[in-house]
Design a protein around this ligand. Structure first.
Ligand code: MN
Length: 193
């Protein structure tokens, strides 16, 4: 039996940086942490060489003990911007325990989630303010900010699911979300393996 936790609510407040009132895990991910994940490597290097290492996304999570039956939830904030033609994005991951799902809810902003399976299926869904995304078991998922303002996403997933970032780091996503003529477009990733 997991230790007993009292029910609680957690206020969202956009005037504080975390948005989430109560969290016990925080991460800030900059361009230098995402070299392997952006497609346009020359643009990555140019930005870094020019002394720019922008914050791409951060998350604030209310983590529960890693025991079956618990849920972790939190807020991811993805900043607006591009590296070359590619919009700012999260690393994306499979769940280490692959048969586990996740729910995402767009709190503010405009975005797209790209998903794929190891069998070669791929899919993209709108994930902006007011939109709920369901990530079924076995689907890798990445969120992309296609807007001009910050994108705020609420997520909830099983506490024991874990994250596999390595597969994406190695193989990438089969689809890229790029800007063409000022609008987001989904294109094939030529370096997807
Ligand atoms: Mn996940």
């Amino acid at each position: 039996m997991p230790e007993s936790i009292e029910p609680f609510s957690n206020s969202l407040n956009y005037r504080i940086r975390s948005v989430l009132g109560k969290y016990n895990l925080k991460a800030e991910i900059r361009l230098s942490n995402l070299k392997a994940f952006f497609h346009y490597k020359n643009d990555v290097e140019k930005m870094l060489a020019g002394g720019k290492d922008p914050l791409i996304y951060e998350y604030y999570e209310n983590s529960q003990p890693r025991v079956e039956g618990n849920l972790n939830f939190g807020v991811t904030i993805i900043y607006p911007g591009k590296v070359g033609k590619e919009y700012f994005l999260t690393r994306g991951h499979y769940h280490a325990k692959e048969g586990t799902a996740e729910v995402y809810y767009g709190l503010k902003g405009v975005g797209i989630m790209v998903l794929q399976t190891k069998k070669g299926e791929s899919k993209w869904i709108q994930l902006g303010q007011g939109q709920v995304g369901y990530v079924p078991p076995f689907w890798a998922h990445r969120t992309v900010n296609t807007g001009k303002k910050k994108l705020y996403i609420l997520f909830a997933y099983p506490s024991d699911s874990g994250h596999d970032y390595g597969t994406i780091k190695q193989k990438g996503f089969s689809k890229l979300v790029v800007e063409e003529r000022g609008r987001p477009k989904i294109v094939d990733n030529p370096s997807f393996t």
